[in-house]
Design a protein. Structure first.
Length: 116
């Protein structure tokens, strides 16, 4: 078993991993008008391929396909191989319905049927 790989092979493997992750991911981050695919997403940070990563700082939106998942405040913190890691200062999940800060009636209608 080979315990040591030449630096060129390690770099090639890292680039191949990032390329494969970029092809299969639906996760994207939007900063301004630009949509950038994510290499990975965790609870505390996300990573973007170094070649695609802009100098991003501030408020961004994270999407899974077309579904808006999070709105986050981020700052670039480190490099991890060929990826730039952005840590969350704030990460807020997007609500799919109205805020429930009121009492719901027990027999309230759940939909509207049109008359014909």
């Amino acid at each position: 078993m080979i315990e040591f790989l030449p630096k060129e092979i390690e770099e090639g493997l890292a680039q191949a991993r990032l390329k494969a992750a970029r092809k299969k991911t639906r996760l994207k981050v939007q900063s301004g008008e630009e949509m950038i695919p994510l290499a990975r997403l965790t609870d505390s940070h996300f990573a973007i391929e170094r070649d695609l990563a802009p100098r991003m700082r501030g408020l961004v939106d994270i999407y899974d396909g077309t579904r808006h998942m999070y709105q986050a405040l981020v700052v670039a913190t480190s490099f991890d191989g060929d990826a730039v890691v952005f840590e969350f200062k704030r990460n807020t999940a997007i609500a799919t319905g109205p805020a429930l800060d009121f009492v719901r009636e027990e027999h309230a209608p759940v939909g509207l049927l049109e008359r014909r």
